[in-house]
Write a protein that binds this ligand. Structure first.
Ligand SMILES: [Fe+2]
Length: 148
C-alpha cells in the first residue's frame, strides 16, 4: 500500500502543477475562439481541483500524508509549468493534450500497481480518471484536427 500511496502523491503533485497551468491558460488564451477555450479551461481546472482534493484525501485514508506545499509539488511533480504569456487556443490544446496523456499514463500505472496490492478503492478511482481523461483527450484531439 505504501508504494501505491507514494505514486498517488507524485500524481497529486502533477495535478497541482497542471491545475495552475490550466488556470494560467484560462487567463492567457487569446484569439478567435477565446470565449470557447476560456470557458472550457475553467471547466478543466475546476475538475482538476476536485481531483486534487479526492487524491489528497485518498492518500490520507490510506494512512499517509499528501504533499501540501507548492515546493513539494514542484519537487515531486514531473510536468513543466506554463510560461506566463499570451497563447493561442490551438497551442493550449496541444499542450494540454501532452500533459493529459502523461496523467492518463500515470493513472494506468497506478491502477496496475493498486490491483497488485489489492487496493480496490484506488483502482476504482483510477478507473474513473482513465475514462475521464480518455474522453477529454478524444474531444481535444477532435478540436485540433481539420474537419474531414
Ligand atoms: Fe475566470
Amino acid at each position: 500500500m505504501k508504494e501505491v500511496a507514494e505514486e498517488l502523491n507524485k500524481f497529486l503533485c502533477n495535478l497541482v502543477i497542471f491545475g495552475r497551468k490550466v488556470q494560467n491558460y484560462h487567463w492567457n488564451v487569446s484569439g478567435r475562439d477565446f470565449f470557447v477555450s476560456h470557458e472550457k479551461l475553467e471547466e478543466y481546472y475546476n475538475d482538476i481541483n476536485e481531483q486534487i482534493d479526492e487524491i489528497g484525501e485518498q492518500i490520507l485514508i490510506m494512512g499517509y500524508q499528501p504533499y501540501g506545499t507548492l515546493k513539494d509539488c514542484l519537487e515531486h511533480g514531473k510536468l513543466d509549468e506554463a510560461e506566463n504569456k499570451k497563447i493561442s487556443g490551438a497551442d493550449v490544446y496541444s499542450n494540454v493534450i501532452v500533459d493529459m496523456g502523461r496523467l492518463l499514463k500515470q493513472c494506468i500505472d497506478i491502477k496496475v500497481q493498486a490491483d497488485k496490492a489489492d487496493d480496490y478503492a484506488t483502482s476504482s478511482i483510477m478507473d474513473e480518471y482513465i475514462v475521464g481523461y480518455r474522453k477529454k483527450l478524444w474531444m481535444l484531439n477532435q478540436s485540433i484536427k481539420e474537419a474531414e
